[in-house]
Design a protein around this ligand. Structure first.
Ligand SMILES: O=C(O)c1ccccc1NCC(=O)[C@H](O)[C@H](O)COP(=O)(O)O
Length: 250
């Protein structure tokens, strides 16, 4: 792991499970749906580019959403989502690679694989358009970014600090997610995006992640330079089509 900070016990447990998880048997080759093109299309239509997250549960959410994830995904797209994020982590988030496979087959927007991937062979478990790589947790970030690109995935490299942003750029990231949730302590602060985004080069596509719960938050992240927003909890809480519509229209 790429940090010496103390880590919350839940995150220790997530990482221990991620270390144990096996990779795929054969190297994948993916024909990815372009995320930058989907973002440009949303902007052209006057929709705020939102990655809506199919997140059945999480360590910081109460309860589990039992509805069919494919139905939820279709509703999110009907609400104007530019892309979807699907949890594939089974132990703490109620996700699975099979859920991602079914969702990607059912929709035509780009789909992000949301997991805690640590090694190249773990990329080979299921096809997706984007894969999340968390700078803080990956030892060889440049190696994993290259491994993802070689397979055809678009890596979304997640950072939480300006130093991690520098590592992500150095590693070849074109799409960077700035997570407002501190994965060491699980605290959320939207000021994180504002301070880290101000250090980002112009040509990087910036995604504001976590803790976005209102139109006011959307405006705040957009004003700070977010090209797109990743929203989970606030979309999963209630009518997902209406919630997605609320965030995609300003
Ligand atoms: O969401 C959690 O509880 C969580 C706990 C431990 C590690 C990661 C966690 N979330 C990962 C995410 O990045 C979010 O699912 C995503 O950014 C959406 O956030 P939100 O809109 O706040 O649900």
């Amino acid at each position: 792991m790429n940090t010496s900070e103390p880590i919350a016990p839940t995150v220790e447990s997530i990482l221990a499970a991620a270390c144990e998880r096996e990779g795929g048997k054969e190297r994948l080759s993916v024909e990815a749906r372009s995320f930058p093109e989907a973002v440009a299309e949303a902007e052209k239509d006057g929709r705020t580019p939102v990655i809506a997250e199919v997140k059945p549960t999480s360590p910081t959410t109460k309860g589990v959403r039992e509805d069919d994830p494919v139905e939820l995904a279709r509703e999110m797209v009907a609400g104007g989502a530019t892309a979807l994020s699907v949890l594939t982590e089974p132990e703490h988030f109620g996700g699975s690679p099979e859920t991602l496979r079914r969702v990607r087959e059912a929709v035509d927007v780009p789909v992000l694989r949301k997991d805690f991937l640590l090694r190249g062979e773990q990329l080979d478990v299921v096809e997706a358009d984007l894969v999340l790589l968390i700078a803080r947790f990956v030892d060889d970030l440049a190696g994993l970014v290259s491994a993802a690109k070689e397979r055809g995935f678009q890596p979304l490299v997640e950072v939480h600090t300006a130093a991690e942003l520098g590592e992500a750029i150095e590693a070849g990231a074109d799409v960077v997610g700035i997570n407002n949730r501190d994965l060491a302590q699980l605290e959320v602060d939207l000021a994180t995006f504002e301070s880290v985004a101000s250090e980002a080069p112009e040509d990087v596509l910036l995604v504001a992640e976590s803790g976005i719960g209102s139109k006011k938050d959307v405006r705040r992240m957009r004003e700070a330079g977010a090209d797109a927003l990743l929203i989970g909890t606030a979309i999963m809480d209630g009518d997902v089509r209406e919630n997605t519509r609320e965030f995609t229209t300003t």
